[in-house]
Design a binder for this molecule. Structure first.
Ligand SMILES: [Mn+2]
Length: 375
């Protein structure tokens, strides 16, 4: 078992990468960071993108180096909302909108998935416009289309709350148009909520003590997002499902089999996570965050078996996930000349059983939107 605070589960780094450990301490809480470091011939660290640079504003003297060496997608802790009242369970449709219902026999609208956004609101708006899902004013223009965000809305980028509010707005507009815009819970949602709810409260883990706030900051948390976090954001985030099945695609945030530890059906997993966020304490939150921060389960020769394990439990013929940036999955983080990674589109792998959708927008890659199925 990896020490808590680890955000990379796999036993081997991406091609050309080494493995580092960094001991960190915040407010009396210490924990071990594990992360890949870039190949020595690279001028830039994989984490030296804009969002990471912004972490310098945290003024964590002595820790900047560790922060800057983090891969852009690093994730360490989950957090809970400062609000304890989570409200009633989500209903399928908001009650304030008179939704047009599909005519009997009418085919469902096209299905889209959107990878990790991480606060890059402008990039999200541009990608949504390019896909004709929104209009020039940023309003839903996709009619009865079905859209799933794969999680990780905040951290690293400049406007995480703006991203959350856009997705909430599109969800209402899509429902009114007879389509939908939904979202999965990513590990950064757990981290952000945990930072808000538990702050510097020490979290016990098998390997020592940490805090959500420290881990959130180390993983790209932006103070202005926390400052702008309101109860309705927390309510919305806290009720996001962890997984969904659409048109034979098992939608997950993280490329891990850890979902199996929370239930034998999609409903069981989603209920377990909701109950955990509503009722459990910081230690359970932390454990959940750690599990959903694991990655790379579908790579390598055992990858297809891992996918089959999930599909066997939850259904579908393919998993579609975010979380692990495609440049890390392929090892093409930076070209020798330091050029941004080339991400031509969704990455199909594991005997075509898995589709990766995190185009690495935090590392100068792309924010990917794909219509399913992809070929
Ligand atoms: Mn993630």
């Amino acid at each position: 078992m990896l020490p808590y605070g680890s955000y990379y589960e796999p036993s081997e780094p991406p091609a050309g990468y080494g493995y580092d450990e960094t001991h960190s301490g915040y407010g009396g809480a210490h924990y071990l960071e594990q992360h890949w470091h870039a190949p020595a011939h690279h001028g830039a660290h994989p984490g030296s993108h804009d969002a990471t640079v912004q972490l310098g504003t945290l003024h964590r003297t002595g820790h900047e180096q560790a922060v800057h060496e983090q891969p852009p997608v690093a994730v360490t802790t989950g957090e809970d909302p400062p609000t304890i009242e989570l409200g009633p369970p989500l209903t399928e449709q908001p009650v304030n909108f008179p939704y047009p219902q599909p005519e009997p026999g009418e085919a469902p609208g096209p299905l889209y998935v959107i990878g990790d956004v991480h606060g890059y609101l402008d990039e999200l708006l541009a990608a949504l416009r390019q896909a004709s899902l929104i209009d020039a004013e940023g309003r839903w223009a996709a009619g009865r289309s079905r859209v799933w965000f794969l999680g990780d809305f905040t951290d690293r980028g400049p406007d995480g709350i703006g991203v959350i509010e856009l997705v909430m707005q599109l969800a209402a507009e899509a429902a009114a148009a007879g389509g939908y815009c939904r979202a999965l819970m990513g590990n950064h949602e757990l981290l952000f909520l945990g930072a808000a709810k538990y702050g510097d409260e020490p979290v016990q883990s098998t390997a020592g003590t940490a805090s959500f706030l420290a881990a959130w900051r180390l993983n790209g948390g932006q103070q202005h997002d926390l400052d702008r976090l309101e109860s309705h954001h927390i309510s919305w985030l806290s009720r996001l499902p962890a997984m969904a099945l659409e048109d034979g695609h098992l939608l997950l945030h993280s490329d891990t089999t850890a979902y199996l530890e929370y239930g034998e059906s999609i409903a069981e997993v989603n209920d377990a996570v909701h109950d955990l966020l509503a009722d459990e304490g910081a230690d359970e939150w932390w454990d959940c965050f750690r599990r959903f921060t694991k990655r790379f389960a579908f790579r390598g020769e055992n990858g297809p078996d891992a996918v089959h394990e999930l599909l066997g439990a939850y259904g579908g013929y393919r998993v579609v996930h975010g979380h692990s940036p495609i440049p890390y999955l392929t090892g093409a983080v930076h070209a020798d000349d330091g050029a941004p990674p080339h991400v031509p589109g969704p990455y199909i792998y594991a005997d075509e059983l898995a589709v990766a959708m995190d185009g690495g927008v935090t590392m100068d890659g792309r924010l990917l939107i794909a219509r399913l199925p992809v070929n």
